[in-house]
Design a protein around this ligand. Structure first.
Ligand SMILES: [Fe+2]
Length: 204
């Protein structure tokens, strides 16, 4: 039986998140991890990796599907989010940069669309790749873009994730969600995003 763990960023002083905001959010992420492990133990579900978990949702009884997809998404989505934020300065580069420029014409236009699309949304914001196309998407509740459409997903590969729930910014930004999103854009771990994109390219 494997127990799932949380990914922990090494916190450094930065202009994006305070230590308090960051720690409070990690507690929420950790709770999803605990609930996921508990659910798997209770149901005696033994798996080797996280992505297999998505496949088993459809095998669960109807009354457990929503509960499980919510816990699993809460865990997976936070992992995507925490892995793709950075407290070190780095810039968009590589194949993902080329793809963004091709899709949005300029990096500024990508940022503009990202903020415009997500500023009034409560849930999760994503840049995904689907059928070789780059898109900005939103998912409700804790749905993950890899989930099938019947479960609120898009059968898409997540490249970049932002948590748009109030708990992810309220301490630092009160209601200024726009500023939260634009600061997020300045603190992306582009090595992680490039890595996700390269993995996608290797598997198509
Ligand atoms: Fe969150």
């Amino acid at each position: 039986m494997i127990m799932f763990k949380i990914f922990i960023n090494e916190f450094k002083n930065n202009n994006f998140l305070s230590k308090t905001q960051f720690n409070n959010h990690q507690i929420i992420y950790n709770n999803y991890k605990n609930n996921l492990n508990l659910f798997l133990i209770e149901k005696k579900i033994f798996l080797k990796n996280k992505l297999e978990l998505i496949d088993i949702i459809s095998d669960l009884p109807e009354n457990e599907k929503n509960q499980f997809s919510y816990i699993l998404g809460g865990y997976l989505n936070h992992e995507y989010f925490f892995k793709n934020i950075s407290f070190n300065k780095n810039f968009c580069f590589g194949e993902i940069k080329n793809k963004i420029l091709k899709t949005f014409n300029s990096y500024q236009n990508f940022e503009f669309n990202f903020i415009k699309c997500l500023q009034n949304f409560i849930g999760w914001g994503w840049v995904v790749i689907n059928n070789k196309k780059l898109c900005i998407l939103k998912t409700y509740e804790n749905n993950n873009p890899m989930y099938p459409i019947s479960l609120g997903g898009f059968n898409s590969v997540p490249l970049l994730c932002i948590d748009l729930h109030e708990h992810s910014y309220i301490i630092d930004y009160t209601n200024n969600k726009n500023l939260y999103i634009s600061n997020f854009l300045k603190n992306i771990n582009w090595y992680e995003v490039e890595n996700r994109y390269q993995n996608y390219l290797l598997n198509i």
